[in-house]
Design a protein around this ligand. Sequence first.
Ligand SMILES: NC(=O)C1=CN([C@@H]2O[C@H](COP(=O)(O)OP(=O)(O)OC[C@H]3O[C@@H](n4cnc5c(N)ncnc54)[C@H](O)[C@@H]3O)[C@@H](O)[C@H]2O)[C@@H](O)CC1
Ligand SMILES: [K+]
Length: 212
Amino acid sequence: MTKSVTIAQARQADQHTIKTIGIPSLVLMERAALGATARLQPDTFDLTHVLVFAGTGNNGGDGLAIARMLHVRGIDVTVMLTGDAHKTSVETGQQLAILSYYHIPIIPASTDLTGYTTIVDAIFGIGLDRPVSGKFADWVNAINASSAPVLSVDVPSGLNADTGEPQGATVQATATSTFAYAKQGFLTDSGQQYTGQLFVEDIGVYLNDRAD
Ligand SMILES: NC(=O)C1=CN([C@@H]2O[C@H](COP(=O)(O)OP(=O)(O)OC[C@H]3O[C@@H](n4cnc5c(N)ncnc54)[C@H](O)[C@@H]3O)[C@@H](O)[C@H]2O)[C@@H](O)CC1
Ligand SMILES: [K+]
């Protein structure tokens, strides 16, 4: 059976790796983004014009690193940011600065998703703490209405990763690239309907200091 963790366990393992072991958060983010980018295979994902829909927390930071990895491979990528570029998490601010070096287009989030052939959903991960409503719900509904396949980063945005139940509008992913361990809610009947195909990426975060 697939090993799974609660949100609290995932957070604790991340913090242990960063604070006690000393592996920097940006290193984990880089590994997460490498793992997710490798899932964007052309048999499922048409990479003609990729949209990365990024939030301002670290899930968005993962998305921005994915955008960079696609850009350096010559793939046409646009980033939509859901909030103020000056009010991001520290790591996401660092990823934004890197994107500006590469002149990767960053535009405000919109419901007009015309022309994008793949969408990377990096709006919310395990930091979701309330139902998705208002303009966030409009964006999520637009993602779900798009014909483009969707790769969700860590968690389909809007899904409660503990229960597998939607918290307001929730992305229905073609596939989900989740980090370190499957989240408990993904293994429920409800959760599976949102994650689509589930990939678990080894990012160097372990519950017991060993890869198992
Ligand atoms: N260093 C780390 O701890 C790592 C974190 N990683 C990524 O970071 C994610 C967790 O990052 P964060 O803790 O920053 O959380 P998230 O990026 O999941 O989201 C947090 C942000 O969303 C806002 N928010 C939550 N629910 C909302 C709602 N319904 N409507 C509007 N805004 C809402 C919060 O206020 C906060 O600003 C993981 O899921 C994973 O993708 C990975 O990069 C691996 C390493
Ligand atoms: K996400």
